[in-house]
Ligand binder design. Structure first.
Ligand code: NAD
Length: 321
């Protein structure tokens, strides 16, 4: 197997890349070191992968054009490259969302037209496509009504996948990830900010009253689902919720984290941010049936792993600065 992982220097992409390499898959990794966060963090994410002879890194901006060469000889594309995050998607940065989420996905799908018939294109979509859902847990059949520009671009790219599948036979699978966490989580995400605040002995800023809930999903469970999506014929042309089943309020997550860190935390509440939904919860029945999806990491163990990583990372950063 030879796989292309886009966004390989990112949080989830770097974990997926390592899992594939560990299992003897040859990986071509593409990333453009988008400026959503620091290049040094992304270079660190790539460190382990670079130890493998079977890993080739190609610095490339997918939104810029002709990608046929990069998909030639590859049998699976895991398309994780994107401009992520709800809050930054308002205002002038929206152009980057359009480019990196919609245009880049279009170029990549276009390059896959006429591909060998057994090849598979797995697309990392998002629970943000649902917006303020009306049914909990939310099934894939719920009408997507994104509440943020980010969600709109993720849904657009999902529809591009389906259009290329139906019209051009590209075998696509879209996975709607729910609040992914774990080591290397993006610095703008809640648990990352909370870990940093605890380590800096600073206060934790929570948007809203803390009663909002998320279906938190540990990164290894996401990686397992993503790999499974590439191997199941029944999944082709499908859309799947990938949620960890650890639906918890932010308030409770903060208290789990403070126990792990053995720290008293000072929480400051900030106004709810535009685009932030109140609750998310994935109905994972379809993924369990077709992808044998079975998330195994509970919030306590996953947060402990993330906090341990954040502590090491902070130590390392203090030695290099
Ligand atoms: P990330 O920012 O850590 O990783 C994305 C990577 O894509 C970055 O390294 C970036 O440099 C790269 N990239 C962006 N545009 C590119 C382009 N045009 N060409 C090449 N590389 C490009 O983000 P993440 O949290 O790891 O998210 C990975 C994927 O999962 C994204 O598609 C995101 O929308 C999706 N997702 C993430 C979550 C989550 O909770 N983290 C939830 C739902 C969906």
């Amino acid at each position: 197997m030879r796989a292309l992982v886009t966004g390989c220097a990112g949080f989830i992409g770097s974990h997926l890349t390592e899992a594939l390499l560990d299992d003897g898959v040859e990986v071509i990794g593409v990333d453009c070191f988008n400026d959503n966060y620091g290049r040094p963090s992304k270079l660190r994410n790539l460190e382990r992968a670079r130890d493998w002879q079977t890993f080739e890194f190609v610095p490339l901006d997918l939104s810029r054009g002709e990608l046929r060469d990069i998909v030639t000889g590859v049998d699976t594309v895991f398309h994780l490259a994107a401009e992520p995050g709800v809050r930054a998607s308002w205002g002038p940065r929206f152009e980057a969302y359009l480019r990196n989420n919609v245009l880049a996905t279009h170029h990549l799908l276009d390059a896959c037209c006429g591909w060998p018939t057994e090849n598979v294109f797995v697309y990392a979509s998002s629970s943000s496509v649902y917006g303020q859902a009306e049914t909990f847990p939310t099934p894939e059949s719920a009408l997507p009504q994104p509440l943020s520009p980010y969600g709109v671009t993720k849904l657009s790219a999902e529809h591009l996948c389906l259009s290329f599948h139906r019209n051009h036979g590209v075998r696509t699978v879209a996975l709607r990830y729910f609040s992914v966490y774990g080591p290397r989580q993006r610095p703008d995400m809640a648990f990352s900010r909370f870990c940093r605040a605890i380590l800096d002995e600073a206060c934790i800023h929570v948007y809203g009253d803390g009663g909002q809930t998320r279906d938190f999903t540990y990164v290894d469970d996401v990686v397992a689902a993503t790999r499974a999506a590439a191997t199941q014929d029944v999944a082709i042309g499908g859309v799947y919720n990938i949620g960890g089943g650890s639906r918890t309020s932010l308030r409770d997550a903060v208290s789990v984290l403070s126990e792990i860190a053995e720290a008293q935390v000072d929480v400051r509440h900030e106004p709810v941010q535009p685009g932030d939904v109140r609750d998310t919860a994935a109905d994972t029945e379809r993924a369990r049936r077709d992808l044998a999806f079975n998330p195994i990491v509970d919030l306590g163990s996953g947060l402990a792993a993330q906090f341990a990583w954040a502590s090491e990372d902070a130590l390392r950063a203090s030695h290099t600065s």
